[in-house]
Design a binder for this molecule. Structure first.
Ligand SMILES: NC(=O)c1ccc[n+]([C@@H]2O[C@H](COP(=O)([O-])OP(=O)(O)OC[C@H]3O[C@@H](n4cnc5c(N)ncnc54)[C@H](O)[C@@H]3O)[C@@H](O)[C@H]2O)c1
Length: 245
């Protein structure tokens, strides 16, 4: 549906789940893709793909990874900030360390990555897509840190879109509902039996099922593409109707 032939795309947080599906979708559409992710043990390269290990919440390591990207490519068309971690805990259970970790990965990494990428994107007229969540718009018990981080990503996206509009750089975010990924499955570990709880969650989605990572990848490809050329600062819900009830 989209052609990204000749385009250079960086996926920050692309080793698993939604990120991995997004890597595949961009590659299928012809893009050359670089992936930064803490899950990689070492750098690995194949035709049109470079996987690079980096903790995106660590500014020095992220900066070194971007230095490598600038040397290799010298340009960038699309940045997808997708890394995220879960934190299922009541306020009393949430330690200061856990709070800082969630904010570091889910929010600070987006700030750091956008800052590194902006000069390249201004030069190419490129675009940014951040992965927020439907939980940016509604509360969720035992998710204070996670929901706060994702709501912040949505408003960060809007404000940055205003800053970069004059340069033709569009900034948007996608807000998934429950998507069947390792992160989602981890959220239910040690809780009332995984299947029962996931069934409960499915019941909160009017479409009556979990989303597939490829369905979020499709939104990301759309938002980054010329088909969305008049779309900036938007938070696209792809949540099976979770937030419309
Ligand atoms: N799965 C869902 O139901 C759901 C719903 C709404 C939003 N999201 C968001 O979608 C994004 C992708 O989540 P997913 O469900 O595919 O999870 P996932 O765990 O399958 O993938 C997350 C990726 O981020 C990487 N990552 C985590 N911390 C990192 C760090 N410090 N540095 C570099 N990479 C790091 C992981 O290694 C992994 O590859 C996240 O931002 C998540 O919050 C997921």
């Amino acid at each position: 549906m989209f052609s990204y032939r000749g385009k250079k795309v960086l996926i920050a947080g692309g080793a698993s789940g939604i990120g991995a599906a997004t890597v595949k979708a961009f590659r299928d559409a012809g893009a050359e893709v670089m992936v930064f992710d803490i899950a990689f043990k070492e750098a690995r390269e194949e035709e049109g793909l470079l996987e690079y290990p980096v903790d995106l919440s660590d500014s020095a390591r992220l900066s070194a990874a971007y230095a490598m990207l600038k040397e290799r490519w010298g340009t960038l068309d699309v940045l997808v900030n997708n890394a995220g971690i879960e934190c299922v805990a009541t306020l009393e259970e949430t330690t200061e360390e856990a709070w800082d970790r969630v904010m570091g990965v889910n929010l600070k990494s987006v700030f750091l990555s956008c800052k590194e990428a902006l000069p390249l994107l201004r030069a190419s007229g490129g675009s940014i897509v951040n992965t927020a969540s439907q939980l940016a718009f509604v509360g969720a018990s035992s998710f204070t840190a996670y929901t706060a981080s994702k709501a912040a990503v949505v408003n960060f996206t809007r404000s940055l879109a205003l800053e970069t509009a004059k340069d033709g750089v569009r900034v948007n975010c996608v807000c998934p509902g429950a998507i069947d990924t390792p992160l989602l499955r981890r959220q239910f570990e040690g809780r009332r039996g995984p299947q029962g709880t996931i069934d409960n969650l499915i019941g909160m989605h009017p479409l009556g099922r979990l989303g597939d990572p490829s369905e979020i990848a499709g939104c990301i490809l759309f938002l980054a593409s010329p088909l969305a050329s008049f779309v900036t600062g938007s938070a696209m819900l792809a949540d099976g109707g979770y937030t419309i009830q």
